[in-house]
Design a protein around this ligand. Structure first.
Ligand code: AHR
Length: 503
């Protein structure tokens, strides 16, 4: 039995809705087929965007979408993706599958999609193979509301009003596919590029994101920040709003043979969870370096690529990164989202990779069919945390579970309170064998909380939805709880994710 002590008087940081963000790249069937089928498709769509997918993502409350990459971003030339479709340039997507990219999904289509989704926009610009001019003209094209060459071009292409760019990434993985740069070199480039990200609308400033580390590359973080903060007077605050972090969980830890998404042993299950739990250490240690330069935490840590990266499904294009998602993915998602919530004083956005048909997706499609993955349900169950205030919480008596080499804490949790005073508790039970009784209590028990909603997602570790059996794993009403004096006792099933709403 574990005790979850909620300090309902200790109101901590606001949980940025963007922590529940997503990433869409021109990779495999994420954009094409997954999101965009074109106006002439037989698949129901609005202006080319799949209606079933848009509806599901709205229901999940998608807060922000990152586009167009990934590695693709540093080879993307935005002008190829505007104007009449028949005239748009075709190119080979050299990073992903060597297929023809016809640029039929470009800037206008991205903003149409985010309008339909009602979410914020995160554009990742090209620093690796682009130019300062190309990037600054893209910003002008998207956001300038006056007379200018780029604003006029946008109008000629049918969009009178400027759009809102909420976030702009200045390059992607510039330590790797984005140019193989060293940190000091990249940081100098960042300083130059970001200078020309103009805020044309003072009321809607663009948040600028600097390329941060690959996993535990603390050297990168330190050197990039040192260079960026060198000779940067205080008045220039705003030169950096976020620093990205990319970290993928490879089930086997071997990039050459990552392991199947659906067939794995118990040991690999726990190894994957343990690998994913490394996120806690990464945030703490990169956060400590950021604290040296930015003690007031003005700059957010932006975990804009995370999730399980397994081998592709047998028989699919290796460059398309198409993988299934099981209950193991659900636990990884729940664990990470709980970790992000608990670090929401520094983590201001996170984008799981990737939205549809690529890596740890929330949705898979096959022609006109669409299924929701276990990861989808976790995002939906956790959506109440978006914009809420993190409450102090502590687990007492939490044991470890796993195999000899691969142990993880049994329960992960986070707790928040929304503006209406409704408390959301999210828990994962990582044990494959045993349920856990959790005694939930509040330090201030004057308010008698009652359960207003309780939802659980559970199943065997490898349970997953298929196009033939789309509802093997889905959220269900949870009833295994009872009121106690000033709190609640719940039995969290083995291998499960649980959301409780207490009003
Ligand atoms: O998400 C797939 C790829 O992983 C992205 O393009 C890149 O940024 C990362 O290496």
């Amino acid at each position: 039995m574990a005790k979850l002590i909620i300090n309902n008087e200790n109101k901590k940081s606001k949980i940025a809705p963007e922590i529940y963000g997503h990433f869409s790249e021109h990779l495999g069937r994420c954009i094409y087929e997954g999101l965009f089928v074109g106006e002439n498709s037989d698949i129901p769509n609005v202006n080319g965007m799949r209606t079933d997918v848009v509806e599901a993502l709205k229901e999940m409350k998608i807060p922000v979408l990152r586009w167009p990459g990934g590695c693709f971003a540093d080879e993307y030339h935005w002008m190829d993706g505007i104007g009449p479709k028949e005239k748009r340039k075709k190119m080979i997507n050299t990073h992903w599958g060597g297929v023809v990219e016809d640029n039929s999904f470009g800037t206008h289509e991205f903003f149409e999609l985010t309008k339909q989704l009602g979410c914020k926009t995160y554009i990742n610009a090209n620093l690796g193979s682009g130019s300062v001019r190309e990037m600054s003209e893209w910003v002008e094209y998207m956001t300038f509301n006056g007379v200018s060459p780029m604003a006029d071009l946008r109008k000629e292409n049918g969009h009178e009003e400027p759009w809102t760019v909420d976030y702009l990434g200045v390059g992607n993985e510039n330590w790797g596919c984005g140019g193989n740069m060293r940190p000091v070199y990249y940081a100098d480039e960042y300083r130059r590029y970001q200078t020309y990200v103009r805020n044309y609308d003072g009321n809607k400033p663009i948040s600028k994101i600097c390329c941060g580390p690959n996993g535990d590359d603390y050297h990168w973080t330190k050197n990039v920040l040192e260079t960026c903060f060198d000779h940067t007077p205080e008045w220039q605050h705003g030169f950096m709003d976020g620093l990205s972090l990319h970290y993928y969980t490879i089930p086997t830890k071997d990039w050459g043979h990552k392991g199947s998404a659906t067939e794995f042993t118990e040991d690999l299950f726990y190894q994957t969870l343990k690998g994913s739990y490394f996120m806690e250490e990464l945030i703490t240690r990169h956060g400590a370096i950021m604290d040296q330069f930015d003690p007031q935490k003005k700059i957010g840590l932006i975990v804009d690529e995370w999730g399980i990266w397994a081998d592709v499904e047998p028989g699919t294009n290796p460059g398309f990164l198409y993988q299934q998602s099981t209950m193991r993915d659900a636990l990884v998602a729940g664990m990470n989202l709980n970790i992000f919530n608990k670090h929401s004083d520094r983590v201001r956005m996170a984008c799981i990779a990737q939205l549809i048909n690529v890596l740890q997706s929330v949705i898979l499609t096959d022609g006109e069919k669409m299924i929701k993955t276990p990861t989808y349900y976790v995002f939906k169950m956790f959506r109440h945390h978006q914009g809420a205030t993190l409450l102090g919480s502590e687990l007492v008596g939490n044991s470890n579970v796993g195999t000899e080499k691969n142990e993880v804490p049994k329960i992960f949790e986070s707790v928040s309170e929304d503006e209406q005073g409704v408390v959301t508790v999210t828990l994962t039970n990582n044990s494959l064998e045993a349920a856990e009784d959790v005694d939930i209590m509040f330090t201030n028990s004057e308010k008698a909380y009652k359960v207003s909603e309780a939802v659980v997602l559970s199943g065997k570790m490898d349970a997953h939805n298929t196009f033939e059996n789309p509802e093997v794993v889905k959220e269900a009403e949870f009833k295994d709880y009872e009121s106690t004096d000033g709190g609640l006792k719940v039995k969290v099933p083995a291998c499960s994710v649980l959301t409780l709403r207490l009003a």
